[in-house]
Design a binder for this molecule. Structure first.
Ligand code: FES
Ligand code: FES
Length: 153
């Protein structure tokens, strides 16, 4: 049965089983491969997208649960917080292998959109569900502070 949803501001209709995880609909059916598969059990954060603006693990969300909702992926995320995150990630050279980073950036963007000047503690809390096997955690936290500075300016 076709399912309608909005992805990165564009209306989409997908004809897939309703329990197909949103992650695989994005990657296989819509060609949006920026969102990554890590664990598949909501433990690593590499599949993080925004559902109506909130960070959501796309690997465990059946696409039927996104019907009629707004999904944003790393390819389409926009606004001041997203721009500040992109600039800070580049400036501080955060990325190592890069695999986890789209999820990290989606979580960081969501944090800064709701709290433009987070403390270390608030950053740690917001980012704790995003695992980085390359251990870029210190650079990620520094980059979130850097992005917060850009948002303040
Ligand atoms: S792939 Fe979704 S949380 Fe790990
Ligand atoms: S940069 Fe390699 S897993 Fe995070």
């Amino acid at each position: 049965m076709p399912i309608d949803l909005t992805v990165n501001g564009q209306p989409q209709t997908v004809d897939v089983p309703p329990d197909k995880p949103l992650l695989w609909v994005l990657r296989e059916d819509l060609g949006l491969t920026g969102t990554k598969f890590g664990c598949g059990i909501a433990q690593c954060g590499s599949c993080t997208v925004h559902l109506n603006g909130s960070p959501t693990r796309a690997c465990v969300l059946p696409v039927s649960a996104a019907a009629g909702q707004e999904v944003t992926t790393v390819e389409g995320v926009s606004g001041d917080a997203a721009m500040a995150v992109r600039n800070a990630w580049r400036k501080l050279d955060v990325v190592q292998c890069g695999y986890c980073q789209s999820g990290q950036m989606m979580s960081a963007t969501s944090l800064l959109a709701s709290n433009p000047s987070p403390s270390d503690e608030e950053i740690n809390r917001a980012m704790r569900g995003n695992v980085c096997r390359c251990a870029t955690y210190v650079r990620i936290r520094d980059a979130i502070h850097e992005a917060a500075k850009e948002l303040e300016a």
